[in-house]
Design a protein around this ligand. Structure first.
Ligand SMILES: Nc1ncnc2c1ncn2[C@@H]1O[C@H](COP(=O)(O)OP(=O)(O)O)[C@@H](O)[C@H]1O
Ligand SMILES: O=C(CO)[C@@H](O)[C@H](O)COP(=O)(O)O
Length: 469
């Protein structure tokens, strides 16, 4: 409670690049305090680093807070031994070493269709199940000492409350051994993947259930995956589709029905309310812009200025921005490609524009896929770090071909985790109605739709040419 007698809740977002904290009024969602701490740039990480970041980001902010919710980057493999100690550094969602394990597992279970039916998704290197297979094959002695497997948010929640580890449907649905439709683990799939081993899994809590209490008596909610938390913050209704531009680029909407896409483009996740969250994810989003800015030797604001001073289409330059490999399309070993260079178009402006367009085209393909799988797309809600970019905000409506709204404030994952905490505290059937955020909206104008379509088609043709897709 604060000095005005208002009940306070805290949401924590432990995502790829940083931990963010939002302390909010439980009744309205108004943000009263914020905190942040950075993570190292690596695809494997000792979970103790997340714990230090959580303590740093929350330092002094939790006084008077009645409930906490933790949202985390999805899929990361946290392995614990009998004593509860970490067996090896966590392998993160963007670590592609398990690409072959993913392909092997896909055929062993009878192909993509069987996987989509069993767990809602076809596994790629991001999924926890593939990382366990990789560990079983490459580190069998370490695998033998694994007594329990958790996800990043499960582990942090457990560090806060102790006792029996728990998770929620949303995050569990990204493991590859949980069926969102049946709301149950597939321990048979886990054992097959992990060389016959049967590690303990966290108990799956309902959306408003309590994970436990901190030693100071603060309630901790079930927590969830970062994309699920963002969906909870934005109170999505039919027709709203989120595009999140963080380390990953994600496209998702809330659905009453589970998805089962045998092409593997759309993952059939669960959300944090009891519904479903069909989602497409790219490995290359905000960092395409930071890497391009680095190459050009400019700050992000200057990258924006350069991109906006080039013509749409970057005078024929196309960047396939697979700088960290790619997940959608499934090209884990790919590198980036710049096509269409001419002496006359080799400018900083065109390269900056091609970076923005190339990143957004990857998301446009995801948008098309979620649409094909039954999600109505009336407008895009643009969130995540790179939604702060003026160039991204300007180019997105034409490349996506729909109106784009940019809600404020920006840390929606942490706000969603805080809303879940307020829900668990209230113990009501529905999450508390919060005031929501004001969004600035831009519609495609004039020739934007034709221009965007031409940019998308050129991107797809370039993809097909380089990667034989
Ligand atoms: N104005 C901006 N233009 C482009 N990128 C930005 C801008 N502001 C922040 N970013 C980028 O957003 C990323 C962080 O976004 P965030 O959603 O917090 O990522 P994650 O959740 O994956 O940790 C960083 O790569 C950062 O450089
Ligand atoms: O793997 C996925 C979604 O399936 C990623 O979206 C991760 O959940 C990481 O999110 P960010 O740190 O990029 O927000």
């Amino acid at each position: 409670m604060n000095n005005n007698g208002e009940v306070l809740v805290a949401g924590i977002d432990s995502s790829t690049q940083s931990t963010k904290v939002m302390v909010c009024a439980a009744r309205t969602g108004q943000v009263v305090r914020t905190g942040r701490a950075e993570h190292p740039d690596s695809t494997e990480i000792d979970p103790a680093v997340w714990w230090s970041a959580l303590r740093e980001a929350t330092g002094g902010l939790l006084d008077g807070v009645s409930a906490i919710g933790v949202a985390g980057q999805q899929h990361g493999m946290v392995t614990l031994d009998d004593a509860g100690d970490v067996v090896r550094p966590a392998l993160l969602w963007n670590d592609t070493r398990s690409a072959k394990a993913a392909a092997d597992l896909t055929s062993e279970l009878g192909g993509p269709q069987k996987w989509a039916e069993a767990v809602g998704s076809v596994p790629v290197a991001s999924f926890t199940v593939t990382k366990l297979r990789w560990m079983a094959e490459n580190e069998p002695e370490l695998a033998d000492s694994v007594a329990r497997v958790l996800l990043p948010h499960d582990w942090l929640t457990w560090r806060l409350v102790g006792g029996e580890p728990v998770t929620d449907r949303g995050d569990a649905s990204g493991t590859g051994y949980f069926s969102p439709a049946k709301r149950a683990y597939r321990t048979d799939i886990l054992a097959t993947a992990f060389g016959g081993r049967n590690p303990e899994l966290p108990r799956v809590l309902g959306p408003a259930e309590t994970a436990g209490h901190t030693p100071d008596g603060v309630l901790v909610s079930a927590g969830t995956g970062d994309n699920m938390a963002a969906a909870l913050a934005l109170e999505l209704t039919e027709g709203d589709v989120v595009v999140s531009l963080g380390t990953s680029g994600t496209v998702f909407g809330v659905s009453e029905r589970p998805a089962a896409d045998a092409t593997g483009i759309v993952a059939g996740f669960a959300d944090a309310t009891g519904r479903f969250l069909p989602l497409a994810c790219t490995l290359n989003a905000a960092r395409v812009l930071t890497a391009t800015a680095g190459l050009l030797g400019v700050e992000l604001a200057e990258l924006d200025r350069l991109a906006l001073s080039a013509q749409p289409g970057a005078d024929g330059l196309t960047l396939l921005p697979y700088l960290d490999g790619e997940r959608t399309p499934n090209l884990p070993e790919a590198a980036g490609t710049l096509l269409g260079l001419r002496r006359t178009n080799m400018s900083q402006e065109n390269l900056a524009r091609a970076a923005v367009e190339g990143m957004l085209c990857g998301l446009a393909a995801g948008l098309e896929a979620v649409r094909e799988h039954g999600t109505t797309v009336r407008r895009v809600l643009l969130i995540g770090g790179a939604a702060q970019s003026e160039a991204v905000r300007t180019v997105a409506p034409s490349v996506f071909g729909v109106p784009v709204a940019v809600p404020e404030p920006a840390e929606h994952v942490a706000i969603g985790a805080a809303r879940q905490a307020a829900w668990a505290l209230a113990g009501t059937d529905e999450a508390p109605a919060w005031q929501g955020s004001v969004a600035t909206r831009r519609d495609p104008e004039g020739d934007d739709l034709e221009t965007g379509e031409a940019i998308r088609q050129r991107h797809l043709a370039s993809r097909a040419l380089v990667h034989e897709l």
